[in-house]
Design a protein. Structure first.
Length: 290
């Protein structure tokens, strides 16, 4: 038989344990949490390299050194068997940014600010651009006539902008990188045709344009396929005397132009150096010895 004193002792231990648990809960609620549902003006503005969501880490500093070396989603913690709410919201925000980059269009206000006329490939819509890559490399004859009238003749370098697969990249970099390249080339005495914008344009547009305009160098700046790390990545594709059907190995590429990789100013200066080297050696792509 259990005596009254034993029952009282058990009840006292249970009550004491409940009181301890309530105290622990109040302490945890008062402490700042990495994934607290606090007001965030823009969750996509959080630097993932500085965000560490693992509770009670064994070696936080060592893991932070790893995170600062990669934009990968490591050290995101968990809530039971699932991701934290903040992690899921950030994933959804980055995915939405990638979709916006692909399906957006460059507005006339931006092109007016840059002084760029708009020319369109054979694609009639963004959907057709995504499903018919061949049309994104070609122009109607009358469009080529208008481009030829715009650029005139005799320039060594054909420099232009295309939306490609990221409107966001165009918005983020175009206003800065175009003047850097133009002024840099002209400072070395290299003539540059008046730039323009190609809507629904792919890399191969340079082949069709070069066949008609016959520049020594064709350089297209366009938005690259966005991912969950960034939707702002731009690339520069350059070729010496490009021709329709030429192998991709004849193109020289400078990729990952964005604030998290190669900055716009540095990229513009490097593009100028690459074009000068191509004009000197009269080759591009894998044949160009850097």
């Amino acid at each position: 038989m259990i005596g009254e004193a034993q029952i009282s002792a058990v009840v006292e231990r249970v009550l004491r344990r409940l009181a301890e648990q309530r105290a622990e809960q109040r302490t945890a609620e008062a402490a700042p949490r990495a994934d607290a549902a606090e007001a965030i003006a823009d969750i996509a503005a959080v630097d993932l390299r500085e965000q560490y969501l693992v509770d009670r880490p064994h070696d936080r500093e060592a893991f932070m050194a790893l995170k600062r070396a990669t934009p990968a989603r490591v050290g995101i913690g968990q809530a039971g068997a699932r991701h934290r709410t903040q992690t899921m919201l950030r994933f959804q925000a980055d995915h939405a940014a990638a979709q916006d980059a692909v399906f957006g269009d460059v507005d006339d206000a931006l092109l007016g600010q840059l002084g760029l006329p708009r020319f369109r490939t054979l694609c009639a819509s963004r959907d057709e651009f995504l499903t018919r890559p061949d049309k994104g490399r070609a122009f109607a004859p009358e469009t080529l006539d208008r481009i030829a009238a715009h650029v005139g003749g005799g320039a060594q370098v054909l420099l232009y902008l295309a939306d490609g697969l990221s409107l966001t990249a165009v918005k983020a970099a175009a206003a800065d990188i175009l003047p850097i390249i133009r002024r840099g080339l002209e400072g070395y005495g290299i003539s540059v045709a008046p730039p323009f914008f190609v809507e629904y344009g792919r890399v191969g547009t340079m082949d069709a344009l070069a066949e008609r305009l016959n520049p020594e160098i064709a350089c297209v700046l366009l938005g690259e396929r966005p991912g969950l790390v960034t939707a702002e990545s731009m690339s520069a594709y350059m070729a010496y005397r490009p021709t329709p059907g030429m192998p991709e190995s004849r193109r020289t590429v400078l990729a990952n132009i964005h604030r998290g990789a190669t900055p716009v100013v540095e990229a513009g200066a490097h593009i100028v150096d690459l074009i000068r080297l191509m004009l000197t050696k009269k080759v591009s792509g894998v044949e160009l010895q850097l």
